[in-house]
Design a protein around this ligand. Structure first.
Ligand SMILES: NC(=O)c1ccc[n+]([C@@H]2O[C@H](COP(=O)([O-])OP(=O)(O)OC[C@H]3O[C@@H](n4cnc5c(N)ncnc54)[C@H](OP(=O)(O)O)[C@@H]3O)[C@@H](O)[C@H]2O)c1
Length: 268
């Protein structure tokens, strides 16, 4: 599966009439720049984010790699299909490129996988994956019939959330399963960090660009920052051209230490 390395998140987008035009412009600018992976979910704004995405991609659906997610409470075999069909209506399209289980809940994973397989067979999704599943759950999934078809695990990953580097990320990398790093700038909270600012200044970049380039330094990691302004989208796009050098990585490791033991999976 060919996923663009840098995509666009949409959590909290589509909720405000006053911000709508700027949000649409931001998503479209990102697509023009090649950030054609758009991540949304039925949960976001109770479908309002998906409706915004529909408007943003109108007339250019074929250029976009569309990702949406089913809530765990809807993730029975039949529920997955119902949720996806409702998402497709809001997204005004006939298929999503990648459909994810948002996090694991009370429905057996096996039933959720069955639902995904029904959707694949109907041509309503091109691939399926998961989000927020820890290593034990990934192993359980891989052991299920059809479970190895899982195309991604979307996980919280940024400078301040490095837990997955200990075991889950290497496990996915060993299986050539891309990880989608969500909240790659920790929802903006890390951008004022003194060390990050210093590294950015030395590299002639911005803190957001360094934070994103740092996430993207890993093999098989895709980042999906959310940016609701054209200026932020343009700034983030330039992270693709930034290569943090050894000195930058060392400084960042000292300020944001990598994990030295297994940790329970963090999520937002
Ligand atoms: N699977 C899951 O459970 C899960 C959980 C969380 C998120 N996600 C997905 O991942 C996406 C990204 O995560 P996120 O939205 O939580 O956080 P994020 O992308 O780390 O941060 C978004 C925040 O950072 C700001 N920002 C972005 N680029 C910036 C820049 N260049 N300079 C300054 N500020 C900048 C944005 O401001 P503006 O909006 O003003 O541009 C926004 O407030 C979500 O939108 C969603 O699609 C998935």
């Amino acid at each position: 599966m060919n996923m663009p390395r840098l995509g666009q998140g949409t959590w909290n987008m589509g909720d405000s009439a006053a911000r709508r035009e700027e949000e649409l412009a931001a998503l479209r600018a990102g697509i023009e720049l090649g950030m054609t992976l758009i991540d949304t979910a039925e949960m976001y704004g109770d479908g309002r984010s998906e409706s915004l995405v529909a408007e943003a991609i109108a007339g250019m659906r074929d250029r976009v790699f569309l990702v949406s997610k089913v809530l765990p409470s809807n993730a029975s075999r039949k529920g997955v299909v119902r949720s996806c069909e409702a998402s497709l209506k809001r997204l005004k399209t006939d298929r999503v490129d990648l459909y994810l289980l948002h996090w694991s809940g009370s429905h057996a994973l096996e039933q959720t996988v069955r639902g995904f397989e029904d959707l694949l067979a109907a041509g309503k999704i091109r691939a399926w994956g998961v989000s927020n599943l820890d290593l034990a759950e990934m192993k359980q999934l891989a052991a299920l019939p059809g479970g190895k078809a899982c195309a991604t695990n979307q996980l919280l990953y940024n400078l301040t959330r490095r837990g997955i580097e200990f075991d889950l990320l290497p496990w996915c990398q060993a299986r050539k399963m891309p990880v989608m790093a969500y909240s790659p700038v920790e929802q903006g909270r890390i951008l004022g960090h003194r060390t990050l600012k210093e590294v950015a200044q030395r590299l002639g970049a911005t803190p957001a660009q360094v934070a994103l380039a740092w996430v993207l330094r890993q093999d098989g990691v895709v980042a999906i920052p959310k940016a609701a302004t054209v200026a932020h989208v343009r700034e983030n796009h330039r992270a693709l051209a930034l290569q943090p050098d050894a000195q930058a990585l060392k400084t960042l490791d000292a300020a944001f230490p990598p994990p030295n033991k297994a940790r329970s999976l963090e999520m937002l």
